[in-house]
Design a protein around this ligand. Structure first.
Ligand code: DQA
Length: 149
């Protein structure tokens, strides 16, 4: 089975972007964390980042096709700022039925009020935030324990 990890806008800047909030590890480091976690559990990995909402929608549809074929373990979605704005991403997750873990590197609830609401949580199997980039590995570990995916 394959794990999809999709990252939204500005996450390509990880490492240099607000390091006090997001840490100093880069998106390449995050990919390595995900690859190691997938290797532990024998999952394939699709790891992508986009600054474009529609591209993320298309990729969720792609994950949905794998899901329909029984070959998707789950989707780890850090939609970044689109978390707080995007009905389109919510609809994509709902429309495909992909088992999704919503992830944020930072603890969004300890930050500005506009980060406290997520359009995606309603369609998430689980939500995690504040674990830093290690959260990605933890999310994939959690998927390994899912009895049906
Ligand atoms: C984020 C939190 C969002 O509020 C923010 O817009 C991001 C990153 C996180 O990983 O902590 O870009 O999703």
């Amino acid at each position: 089975q394959t794990v999809f990890v999709l990252n939204g806008p500005n996450l390509n800047l990880l490492g240099t972007r607000e390091p006090a909030v997001y840490g100093s590890q880069t998106l390449a480091d995050v990919e390595r964390i995900c690859a190691a976690a997938c290797q532990r559990h024998g999952f394939g990995l699709v790891f992508r980042q986009s600054n474009h909402e529609g591209e993320l929608v298309d990729w969720i549809h792609e994950a949905g096709r794998l899901h329909a074929a029984g070959s998707l373990r789950g989707l780890v979605l850090n939609a970044a700022a689109y978390t707080h704005t995007s009905v389109a991403l919510l609809d994509a997750v709902k429309g495909t039925g992909v088992p999704m873990i919503e992830l944020h590197i930072s603890n969004v609830h300890a930050r500005e009020a506009f980060r406290h609401h997520s359009f995606l949580s309603a369609a998430a199997k689980a939500v995690m935030c504040g674990f830093g980039v290690n959260g990605y590995g933890l999310a994939i570990d959690a998927m390994a324990g899912w009895t049906s995916a």
